[in-house]
Each structure stands twice: as structure tokens, then as C-alpha cells.
Design a protein around this ligand. Structure first.
Ligand code: ATP
Length: 213
């Protein structure tokens, strides 16, 4: 099936739909409506219908979606049948946690190897993933045709690592360093900064409780 371009927001909701559908009782109804999904997930039903229209044939009036077909369409959309290999650079606290996390396969991503400069961890293995010296990054990424890189080095090192990834053929970068990376136009960067996320929550608390005092 050929997929239409899907917005980032829609893609970000897909794992939630998938988990919801997979958690439905075994032996329950074979079909489900967008309204029921929207109610259970506290979303707008128009939004749910629009999202699901991006991945499959759409629901049928009064019948809804066939649950098993919808699961398969979402898995296909998320790349379950086409696992992307990724590399991670910077095995500090955050990098180690990501290497240990088993859930990335659910969105079709497998971190195959990690890199660091710290000689005390180079040569070790975390969750079955080898930690190699960063000097090997170029040769390994080029040889394995790796397209995705995860940056968990500190702010000062992130741009240099990004440049190296780009030179090695990586075109999709998940950046956890709190710095805007400079990349060519054919490279996509998704920034995830935990400090900024916490700042937003913290600011919410300040605004909410300072006005209610
Ligand atoms: P975290 O921020 O994850 O808690 P940390 O505070 O221990 O980690 P950072 O300075 O953020 O340390 O570095 C994260 C990891 O990145 C460390 O393991 C460090 O050795 C590694 N690192 C630093 N520079 C590079 C580099 N140029 N190439 C590869 N790895 C690097």
C-alpha cells in the first residue's frame, strides 16, 4: 500500500492507537468505531478519523474499522515490517538508558551499535549493543548504510558528531543535546530536550499556582 505523507503530529499519535488496539480484550468485538476510540483515548473523533485515514482504507459507516486490519496498517505505517537500524553516540546516563530501553522496536527502530570516546566504556556491551570508539563511526555507518543517528553527547560535542553522522550517510537525527544543529537540507533533525520539556511543566505550575494564591 502506498502511504500519503503523514504529519509529525499524526505519527506521534500512532503508537497510542496501536497500544490501545492491542490492549482490547482478546475475543472482543472484531470492529471498532472512531468514536469509541476517541472517547477512550480522550481525543476528538474527527481527529481520530483523519489520523486513521492516513494509514489504511478508512472505517465503514455503522461498521467502523476491522481491529486486526487497523493494527496491521498502523504497524506497517510505523515501519514494523521494515526495521531501521540506528546508531547512538554518547553513552552517558541518557545514552545508556536509551540503549537499555526495549520499546524502540515498536516503532521499527533498532539501535545496533553505540559510540563513545570514554575508553573505560568502549569495548563493553549494554543490552547486547556494543560500545565502539567514535573513530569507527564513519566506517561502520557507511558500511552498514545506517540512516538514523541518536545524539546523546553533551551540548559542546553535538555539532561535531552531527557533522560526522551526516558525512557517514545518516539523514535522520534524533538530537537530545540542547543545541540547534546545523544540517544540510536533505537531513531531518528531531530535537528532544528534556530540560525544555520540564521547563514547560514547571512554568505551567508557576502560572497556575501563582494566580490561584
Ligand atoms: P548524560 O548527559 O547522559 O547524563 P554525562 O553528563 O555523564 O551524560 P556528557 O558530557 O553529557 O556526560 O556526555 C555524554 C557521553 O558522551 C559521555 O559518555 C561522554 O564520554 C560521551 N562523549 C563526549 N564527547 C564525545 C564525542 N566527541 N564522541 C562520542 N562520545 C562523546
Amino acid at each position: 500500500m502506498a502511504f500519503k505523507p503523514i504529519s509529525t503530529q499524526t505519527l506521534q499519535r500512532m503508537p497510542m492507537y496501536l497500544n490501545y488496539l492491542k490492549d482490547l480484550p482478546v475475543g472482543g468485538a472484531a470492529n471498532i468505531s472512531a468514536t469509541m476510540m476517541a472517547d477512550d483515548l480522550r481525543l476528538n473523533d474527527v481527529q481520530v478519523r483523519k489520523d486513521l485515514a492516513m494509514v489504511g482504507q478508512g472505517g465503514r459507516p455503522k461498521i467502523g474499522y476491522v481491529v486486526k486490519d487497523l493494527i496491521s496498517d498502523i504497524e506497517h505505517c510505523l515501519g514494523f515490517n521494515n526495521i531501521d537500524s540506528a546508531v547512538l553516540i554518547g553513552v552517558g546516563n541518557l545514552g545508556r538508558t536509551l540503549l537499555e530501553y526495549e520499546g524502540f522496536s515498536e516503532c521499527g527502530v533498532d539501535i545496533v551499535v553505540a559510540f563513545d570516546v570514554n575508553q573505560s566504556i568502549v569495548g563493553t556491551t549494554i543490552n547486547g549493543k556494543r560500545i565502539l570508539p567514535v573513530s569507527k563511526l564513519y566506517s561502520i555507518c557507511s558500511r552498514m548504510k545506517i540512516k538514523m543517528g541518536i545524539i546523546t553527547v553533551g551540548t559542546g560535542e553535538a555539532q561535531g558528531i552531527c557533522d560526522l553522522l551526516v558525512k557517514s550517510g545518516v539523514v535522520a537525527i534524533w538530537n537530545f543535546a540542547s543545541v540547534r544543529l546545523n544540517v544540510p537540507s536533505n537531513v531531518f533533525v528531531h530535537n528532544d530536550n528534556m530540560t525544555s520539556s520540564l521547563a514547560v511543566l514547571s512554568n505551567y505550575l508557576v502560572e497556575r499556582f501563582s494566580t490561584n494564591k
